[in-house]
Design a binder for this molecule. Structure first.
Ligand SMILES: Cc1cc2nc3c(=O)[nH]c(=O)nc-3n(C[C@H](O)[C@H](O)[C@H](O)COP(=O)(O)OP(=O)(O)OC[C@H]3O[C@@H](n4cnc5c(N)ncnc54)[C@H](O)[C@@H]3O)c2cc1C
Length: 339
C-alpha cells in the first residue's frame, strides 16, 4: 500500500470519534492479553526481568493533564484502573523524579501495567514451545503463498514448500507483501522506532517501572540493571538505518528525567519496524480464504497485545469461539477499501 494512501487513511482516523472507537478496540485486546500473560506466567513460571509496578504517563504541561479526559472515559468504560496524580503523587510513584519535579505538571498512573524484557521473554517462550514439540525454522525465507481456488495449499520457502491445514501470516511489517500475492490487501506500513539501552549508574536515580514522557512520546523503563528508552516514529520504508538525531532525543529524555540514573554514553542504540495500521488497531483473525489467518498491525503495542492475539488465533484456528468480541479487529473492517 502506498505511503500517501496509508497517511490519508490515518488522517481520517484523527477525529475524537474515531479515536474512541480505535482505542476501545485496542484496550479490549490489551486487557485480555494481560490476563493471558498472567495465566502463561502461572502455568510456566517464565521470567523476563518483569516488573508489575504500573506505567506513569508523565505530563510536562497542564494542557496535557487537561487533555486526558477522552482516555479516562475509555479507561472507565473498560474498568481499567487508573489514578490521576499531581506532582507529589508522581514522585511517590517514581521517587527519582523528585530531582526534576519542576519539569512536569502531573501524571496518569496505570497501576495494572507491567514491563519486562521482550527479548528474554520471546527467547524463553520459544524454548518452552520447542520443549513441547514446536519446530522453529530459523533462517528460512518465505517466498510466497500457494493458492489453489479459495484455499492456501502451501508456503513456498527457500528451503522447500511447507504444507499445513491452516496458515497464519504474522510477518509484522512484511505481512502485506506476502498477502498481496494471494489478493489480500491490508493497510500495514512500517513505522520505524528507535531505542537505547543504558546501564544503570545509580539505581536510586533510575525509574522504578515505566515512565512515558508524553511530550517526547518516549517510554523509559527499568529492565533489571538497565534502563531502556524507546519511542519516535519515522516513515522511511523498510530501511533500518540508524539516525543520530533520534539517539539524541532518547538520550535527552533519559538524562532530563533521570539525570543520575543511567550512563547514556554507554548506551546501546537500535531500531525496529512497527507494523502500523492507519487506525492503530491490529488486524487479527480469519480472511475470505477459509484456511488463511492474519495476526499483524500491532504497531507500538505488539508485545502488549501478543498473548491475547496468540490465544485468539489458537481458538479461531482450532474452531473455538474466541474469549473476546472480535468486532473491529479483523480485516473485515476495511471492507475492500484497500484492494
Ligand atoms: C523501539 C521500539 C520499542 C517498542 N516498544 C514496545 C513496547 O514497549 N511494548 C509493546 O507492546 N510493543 C513495543 N514495540 C512494538 C513491537 O516491537 C511490535 O509491535 C512487534 O515487534 C510486532 O511483532 P510482529 O511479530 O507482528 O512483527 P515483527 O516483530 O516485525 O516480526 C516479524 C518477523 O517476520 C520476519 N519476516 C518478515 N518477512 C519474512 C519472510 N519473507 N520470511 C521469513 N521471515 C520473515 C521478520 O524478519 C521478523 O522477524 C516497540 C517497537 C519498537 C521498534
Amino acid at each position: 500500500m502506498g505511503l500517501i494512501r496509508w497517511g490519508l487513511a490515518m488522517l481520517r482516523n484523527c477525529t475524537a470519534a474515531r479515536y474512541e472507537i480505535n482505542k476501545s478496540r485496542m484496550v479490549r485486546l490489551a486487557e485480555y492479553s494481560r490476563d493471558c500473560l498472567r495465566e502463561l506466567r502461572d502455568d510456566t513460571g517464565i521470567h523476563y526481568d518483569e516488573r508489575m509496578q504500573g506505567t506513569l504517563q508523565l505530563f510536562r504541561t497542564q494542557h496535557q493533564v487537561d487533555g486526558t479526559a477522552a482516555d479516562i472515559a475509555i479507561l472507565k468504560r473498560y474498568g481499567v484502573p487508573f489514578e490521576v496524580l499531581d506532582r507529589a503523587g508522581c514522585v511517590r510513584q517514581e521517587p527519582a523524579l523528585a530531582a526534576v519535579e519542576e519539569k512536569f505538571a502531573g501524571g496518569l498512573l496505570l497501576p495494572g501495567d507491567e514491563t519486562g524484557d521482550c527479548f528474554q521473554f520471546t527467547q524463553r517462550l520459544a524454548a518452552l514451545a520447542a520443549a513441547r514439540g514446536v519446530v522453529f525454522r530459523h533462517g528460512t525465507t518465505i517466498k510466497g503463498l500457494l493458492r489453489e481456488g479459495t484455499q492456501i495449499a502451501g508456503v513456498v520457502t527457500d528451503a522447500g514448500t511447507q504444507r499445513a491445514d491452516a496458515y497464519l501470516v504474522a510477518l509484522g511489517s512484511w505481512s502485506p507483501l506476502l498477502l498481496a500475492g494471494v489478493g489480500i490487501h491490508i493497510p500495514v506500513y512500517p513505522v520505524k522506532g528507535y531505542s537505547i539501552t543504558v546501564p544503570i549508574a545509580d539505581a536510586r536515580g533510575a525509574p522504578e517501572s515505566t515512565v512515558m514522557d508524553e511530550t517526547h512520546k518516549v517510554a523509559v523503563t527499568r529492565l533489571g540493571t538497565r534502563i531502556r528508552a524507546g519511542g519516535t516514529a519515522e516513515l522511511a520504508g523498510y530501511t533500518l538505518k540508524l539516525h543520530d538525531t533520534r539517539r539524541r532525543t532518547l538520550e535527552h529524555v533519559v538524562s532530563d528525567l533521570f539525570p543520575q540514573g543511567g550512563d547514556v554514553s554507554a548506551a546501546e542504540f537500535w531500531c525496529g519496524l512497527r507494523p502500523m495500521t492507519p487506525d492503530g488497531t491490529p488486524v487479527v483473525g480469519g480472511t475470505r480464504l477459509p484456511n488463511l489467518y492474519i495476526a499483524t498491525g500491532h504497531g507500538t503495542l505488539g508485545w502488549t497485545m501478543a498473548p491475547g492475539t496468540g490465544a485468539v488465533m489458537a481458538d479461531l484456528i482450532s474452531g473455538r469461539e474466541p474469549e473476546i468480541d472480535m468486532e473491529g479487529l479483523t480485516v473485515e473492517r476495511y471492507r475492500g477499501a484497500y484492494r
